[in-house]
Structures are given as C-alpha cells and as structure tokens.
Ligand binder design. Structure first.
Ligand code: PLP
Length: 375
C-alpha cells in the first residue's frame, strides 16, 4: 500500500498527462511556454483572485511574498509552531524573525487568541516590528481567517496564507489561496494538486504586488526588458513541462479527485468517531482538501506502537510533525526559540497521519481501520 498513490493516479489519467507532456516536447518552449500562462489564468479563476504567478516551489512562493512587502531584519512574522519547516524558514531567509504561535488542538491551525497574545508581547518588548501573520492551511483545512483577518486589521499586519496543503479547500463559497493579502501554494508531488517535480504559485488581488512578484521571479527584471534589472530578485519559475502536466491534472482534480478524497475521509471518520482515537475536526462551514488525514492517539507510546504495528501490516503512516518549530535546531539561540506552545508539544507526540488520496479504495481504508482498531 502507498501512503499517497501517485502511480495509481498516473495510470488513471495517463493519456491526458502524456499528451500534455509530449506537446511541450513538440513545441520546445521549455521556459515560459504558453502552458504557464494558461495554467496561471485557470488557477486564478478557480481560486477567485485576480493574479496567479507560478514559481519554482512553495518555499520560494512564501519568500517572494515577503520580498514583495520588503520584509527583512527587525521585522516579526507570526507563524504557527505546528507546520512544515518552510513556513518559518521563509521569514528567516529574508532576515526577519519568525515568532512561533501555538495552534488549536482540534484543527491543528494557528490559534487566534494566542496569536493576539504573541502580537501584544512583541509590541511590548519593543525589539521587533510586527509586520506579517503567516497562517497555514494545515492538512488541507483553511485557517480560521474570519478571526485572523480581524486581528491583522486591528494591529495593521499583512496576512500571508500558506496554502501549500490547502489548495482546493474552502470556507463557504470562498476558496483557499484567496484569504491572504498574498496567498501561496506548492505543487510538490504529494500536495493536493501536485506536479511531477517541484512547483509553486503565488496568488493576489493586488495588481501592484503581482507586478513586483513577476519581476522578482526573474532576477528582478524591469517590466518590459529582461536585461534591465529593477531590483534584486530570484530565479524562480515553473517549467513549461510542469505547467502542462498541472493543466492535465487540474481537470481530474476539479472533476473527481477533491470529491473522492473527501469520501475517503468520511469512511475513516464514520468508523473512528466514538473511539479512543481523535479524528480531525473540520470547522462548521469549512471544507478540507484532505492533504493529510491526521489522527491523535492518547499518548506517544500508543502512537509509536500503533505506527509500528501498521508498518508490520504493510501500512505506511507518517508523523507530521514530530518537532515544534521553535524547538528546531536551526532556531536555537534566537528570539524564535522562545515560545510558549504546549499544544504543539502535545500534538507532536500524539499525531499520526494515515494513507489518504483520491485513489484509495474503500477496502483499503477498511484494512487500515481494522489494523488500527485491533489493539
Ligand atoms: C510543502 C509545504 C511548503 C513548501 O512547499 P515546497 O514546494 O516543498 O517548497 C510550505 N508550507 C507548507 C505548510 C508545506 O506543507
């Protein structure tokens, strides 16, 4: 059994992916081919924002957003303590200081109350200037944007949505990657919408920001001349091959995959509710894209034992994430290492992510469930 079966996906959509791939070979415009713009237009329309700019990966996408706003040394960026490393790495790359904030134990996403406490703390310390909140749509569920936006307005902070895992999720009618002043996603193969290598995108309604991002992606080029450089940028583009593959995969994503992966989550939830196992909690009116299906066991020894037993039964699982961000060695000795995040510390000991993807079969989920509930 695969944790996320990309091979089964390829076998299902092989014809359209192969056609897309070979048309890029035929046309041989490997950088900035027509498929790149076509993809950007389709994604912007789907998400419901004016601009989508693709780039090389989801980490660059975060960095591009922060560079666009001129974030750097002396700036405080609020980031959930329970997330993938990139969310805290990007602020550090541009010289700013990530301030790690505890999360909601049920949704895994940044806790708005604790966010406000952290902002007040940084203001009172007078060492750093609060600038940005990076909210992460962890495991596919959008963060609590209704509350987070209010806090950003109150303290005059910019909102960056890290939608690397959230693409396809929504709150009411609004899609993930539309909630930030700038929002980002990743097309890493295992993400909800993945390509066949690395890829990412930045979304924004702000045309001025979009223009800066387009410039930053290509060495800070001036608007109409590639060899006139207006600013220091990066080299961060999505290859035409990846764009073409994504165009093909996006059709399957919209028409089938989102619904199929949601069904798999229902199979798990139905059997696991009213057991000792805590199932993922999705807020009223929110829709997850189910990047992960993450359960909580009573404690670390239960979690580790269950993970071992499942492994012996041929069922792959992962611990996302085993370590709080503030405890990562990379931040040791910095202001970022000072954080009061007991919920994250508990979650790191209790969480276990089970296989989930649009191509998982009901009998496979049943096999996993019976192994899981054996002990
Ligand atoms: C995967 C991921 C990223 C980074 O994306 P890459 O394309 O791998 O650089 C950023 N944030 C979160 C929450 C992620 O899960």
């Amino acid at each position: 059994m695969q944790f996320r079966d990309l091979k089964r996906q390829y076998e299902t959509i092989k014809e359209s992916v192969d056609n897309a791939f070979f048309s890029v070979m035929e046309e041989s415009a490997f950088i900035n081919g027509r498929q790149v713009r076509e993809l950007e237009e389709k994604l912007a329309e789907y998400v419901g924002v004016k601009n989508c700019i693709t780039c090389a990966n989801g980490t660059d996408a975060l960095q591009l957003a922060l560079m666009t706003w001129g974030i750097g040394k002396g700036d405080a960026i609020f980031v959930p303590d329970f997330t993938f490393f990139s969310s805290g790495e990007a602020p550090a790359i541009v010289g700013a200081t990530p301030i790690f904030v505890d999360v909601d134990e049920r949704t895994f996403n940044i806790d708005p109350e604790k966010l406000e406490i952290a902002i007040k703390q940084i203001i009172s310390e007078k060492e750093l200037i609060p600038r940005v909140v990076i909210a992460v749509d962890l495991f596919g569920q959008p963060a609590d944007y209704c509350r987070i936006k209010g806090i950003c307005q109150r303290y005059d902070l910019l909102l960056l949505e890290d939608g690397a895992q959230g693409f396809g999720g929504s709150i009411g009618e609004r899609k993930a990657c539309s909630f930030g002043d700038i929002s980002t996603t990743s097309f890493f193969p295992a993400k909800p919408l993945g390509c066949y290598g690395d890829g990412g995108a930045v979304f924004t309604d702000n045309d001025e920001c979009a223009e800066i991002i387009r410039s930053l992606c290509v060495h800070g080029k001036a608007k109409d001349d590639k060899y006139v450089n207006a600013r220091i940028g990066m080299n961060s583009r999505l290859d035409t091959i990846q764009a073409a593959i994504l165009l093909a995969k996006f059709e399957a994503f919209k028409s089938r995959e989102l619904e199929d992966v949601k069904n798999a989550s229902v199979w798990y939830n139905k059997r696991l509710e009213n057991t000792e196992i805590t199932i993922p909690f999705v807020l009223e009116g929110f829709d997850s894209s189910w990047a992960q299906f993450t359960i909580q066991l009573p404690d670390k020894s239960d979690r580790d034992l269950i993970q071992r037993n499942l492994k012996e039964a041929g069922i792959p699982t992962n611990v996302y994430y085993p370590k709080p961000m503030h405890a990562q060695e990379a931040f040791s000795g910095t202001r970022s290492a000072i954080a009061d995040c007991p919920v994250t510390e508990r979650l790191c000991k209790k969480v276990l992510s089970l296989p989930i993807h649009p191509y998982i079969e009901k009998y496979e989920v049943e096999t996993i469930l019976s192994e899981l509930l054996k002990g």
